[in-house]
Design a protein. Structure first.
Length: 460
């Protein structure tokens, strides 16, 4: 089979969950013996480094069948590419590739018109879209967080959206949604990494018959790593991800400051390892808040608490960084769709502490395969840190409950099942609470038809 993946960004250029999943799919497809291509849309200001003047699409240096795409005149509000020449180059490349499957891993920067261009270029191809966020639903970066007060938003109605963006009348959002839904409907299949985001998009207006839930998977970067390794004091807590507003670094720092002020820091002490890049994507106000919290903690002059800012890390550095910590905290303050960092932590046997929200709440069960606390509640997180720091028995119990998540091949095989079933015009997809394609092994009890989906002989 000839498969084309289309992604926003590329992990070799800018780290991020969506592009990492796209790359995992590409590599898994190659492992399964398919002919694979990738088009990664980059930002316009990256053209000078990775592109060529006047060329909307260029081969990725040193790679085969991979291309960088620089669509011009992108409109963030409408998720639209406003230059016909960019779309023509995209369409022409798809025509030359002539894929059997076209798998979009985003529409941001790529432009929703690219779906139609792909349909025209390869009319017999199966076209699908994996949603890693809610940008089509929510104009606030797809975060579903109110712009006025940062409260979590429960729904996207024209009136609610006008409350966040007063420059647009309510009817504007009705027309915007109708246009996006019409262009997205060119896809044959919609895929979601969690029940939460699948439900949100169905409520928004996507056809339930096209919807499938497939958990993200990934290859193990260091399978020989010692998963039982831990620090002597079992007191190292790690944050991994992008240094942006809604990832919740401030919640961790608030919790540590609270423990220090209430004199509840454990005798073993607490070390916070911040592994975060892309500070330039955070707002100035948020960065100022985080920096101020770090300074306040350091000003305590208490040797029982240490903050280590380790900065950006590559995939090759993941094992080293993960094995430096005992516990991994994912304190997201938005509707985290999946939480790839949870999968990464589990690969290395790290117990996780997560906000009990959206995709994170689906995956992590308190005191079974991790620990949860109410989102944005730094006091609750402080209580967890105080109870876990230095607690070797609890670490061992939690570590034993951690199982490795889905691999890249598990993920790809699940997609293949859905593609082939739908291509054979089988029965319509069931309701979203009974997804035809299962999520990760760690959630097998949530999806009782998991094993039935896979051919015991491995013929996928």
């Amino acid at each position: 089979m000839r498969i084309l993946f289309v992604s926003y960004m590329h992990p070799s250029v800018t780290p991020g969950g969506a592009q990492q999943v796209a790359e995992e799919m590409r590599r898994a497809a190659i492992k399964r013996g398919h002919e694979v291509f990738m088009i990664s849309a980059l930002e316009v200001d990256q053209e000078g480094v990775y592109g060529k003047p006047g060329a909307p699409i260029v081969p990725m240096p040193g790679e085969t069948n991979q291309y960088f795409y620089f669509p011009q005149h992108y409109n963030f509000v409408h998720k639209s590419v406003g230059e016909w020449r960019s779309l023509k180059f995209f369409k022409d490349l798809v025509t030359r590739i002539d894929p059997d499957v076209i798998h979009f891993h985003h529409y941001h920067r790529i432009g929703v018109e690219s779906i139609r261009a792909a349909r025209l270029a390869a009319p017999k191809a199966r076209i699908c879209m994996t949603f890693h966020e809610m940008m089509a639903i929510c104009l606030a970066g797809g975060q579903m967080v109110r712009t006025s007060n940062r409260d979590l938003c429960l729904r996207a109605t024209p009136i609610d959206c006008n409350g966040c963006f007063e420059q647009f009348r309510p009817e504007f959002f009705t027309l915007r949604a109708a246009r996006l839904q019409a262009l997205l409907d060119e896809c044959d299949d919609f895929f979601f990494p969690s029940q939460f985001i699948a439900k949100r998009y169905q409520e928004w207006g996507l056809d339930p018959a096209k919807c499938h839930v497939v958990a993200n998977g990934q290859s193990h970067p260091a399978p020989e790593a010692d998963r039982a390794r831990r620090s002597h004091r079992v007191n190292r807590f790690g944050f991994f991800g992008q240094f942006i507003d809604n990832k919740g670094i401030d919640v961790i720092l608030d919790a540590i400051l609270l423990l220090a002020r209430e004199k509840r820091l454990p005798e073993s002490g607490v070390e916070i390892m911040i592994n975060g890049g892309n500070r330039h994507y955070a707002t100035e106000g948020y960065l100022a808040k985080v920096d101020a919290l770090i300074e306040q903690i350091r000003a305590l002059d208490d040797d029982r608490v240490r903050i280590h800012e380790l900065g950006r890390y590559s995939r090759d550095q993941l094992a080293e960084r993960m094995l430096m910590v005992d516990w991994v905290i994912a304190p997201s303050t938005w509707w985290e769709v999946f939480g790839l960092v949870v999968s990464e932590a589990w690969m290395f046997g790290r117990p996780v502490i997560v906000s009990n929200i959206a995709g994170l709440g689906e995956r992590v069960r308190h005191e079974e395969n991790g620990f949860t606390f109410p989102a944005r509640n730094s006091a609750a997180l402080a209580d967890l840190i105080a109870s876990l720091a230095g607690n070797e028995l609890e670490w061992r119990r939690a570590h034993e409950g951690v199982k490795p998540d889905w691999s890249d091949l598990d993920m790809f095989d699940a997609y293949m099942i859905a593609w082939r079933r739908n291509a054979a015009n089988e029965e319509p997809a069931p309701a979203i609470d009974e997804p035809r394609v299962a999520a990760s092994r760690s959630q097998a009890q949530t999806f009782p038809d998991l094993e039935a989906l896979f051919n015991p002989a491995g013929d996928v």
